[in-house]
Design a protein around this ligand. Structure first.
Ligand SMILES: Nc1nc2c(c(=O)[nH]1)N[C@H]1C(S)=C(S)[C@@H](COP(=O)(O)O)O[C@H]1N2
Ligand SMILES: [Mo]
Length: 210
């Protein structure tokens, strides 16, 4: 498969391995810290920061599960070099959240927040990709606790650390700021197709100073 046209295959959700990645059979569990316990009565999904109307937006678990559901076939690429291809993720598209709680006009980045203060920053365009999804399901089944239940972000075109498990909200930002792994040596953008693995590979403009 040639390079330029592979863009089209990827956009169509066709599986292919990025450079330096190997295929993984099964689904390993990879994260920092403990698996949080889900407490439905305390769970809420919050949109805050630079919203268009200056107001915060909040959904409890029941309300969030009533949002429009769709699915995306996408691969998971861990920066430690394993990839899992062709999973069907089901959940709420990021575009739905953007539509219901729009960002102010000067928003450029989104911080995705998860349990225990885990975070990951994305350019607004990466977050707004039509394939970015707040997933509740994989291959038709509810996520398990260790894989992010009740909600994880899937950003198909970036390394998997850009998709926090146990997501609790997003913050609209008018300037870029590093998230958890981006502050700890990982690349600010994280495009697996150009192997943006580590922060020392960043070029001017790729991210805020460390
Ligand atoms: N909250 C949280 N989400 C996270 C991480 C983490 O450390 N904390 N690690 C990321 C990384 S590095 C990867 S590869 C994927 C792994 O998802 P999996 O355990 O379901 O395979 O989760 C991502 N989401
Ligand atoms: Mo990872």
């Amino acid at each position: 498969m040639g390079q330029p046209e592979s863009e089209g295959y990827r956009a169509a959700g066709q599986s292919e391995l990025p450079p330096g990645q190997r295929l993984q059979r099964g689904w390993p569990v990879t994260h920092y810290g403990p698996v949080p316990k889900f407490r439905p009565e305390r769970w809420e999904f919050r949109v805050f920061g630079a919203t268009a109307d200056g107001e915060k937006r909040c959904w409890n678990h029941e309300q969030f599960s009533e949002l429009p559901f769709s699915s995306v076939v996408a691969d998971l690429h861990c920066v430690t070099k394993f990839s899992m291809l062709g999973s069907e993720w089901g959940g709420v598209p990021a575009s739905v959240v953007l539509g219901l709680a729009p960002p102010a006009a000067d928003v450029t980045h989104v911080m995705v927040w998860a349990e225990y203060g885990f975070s990951s920053n994305l350019r607004l365009a990466d977050f707004a990709s039509e394939r970015t999804l707040f997933a509740t399901h994989k291959d038709g089944e509810l996520l398990t606790a260790e894989h992010g239940f009740p909600l994880r972000l899937v950003v198909p075109h970036l390394y998997a650390w850009k998709g926090p498990k146990w997501v609790r909200g997003i913050e609209y930002m008018t300037a870029d700021r590093r998230g958890f792994w981006e502050e700890r040596g990982y690349h600010n953008i994280g495009d697996p197709w150009s192997e943006q693995r580590y922060s020392y590979q960043e070029k001017p403009g790729d991210g805020p100073e460390l």
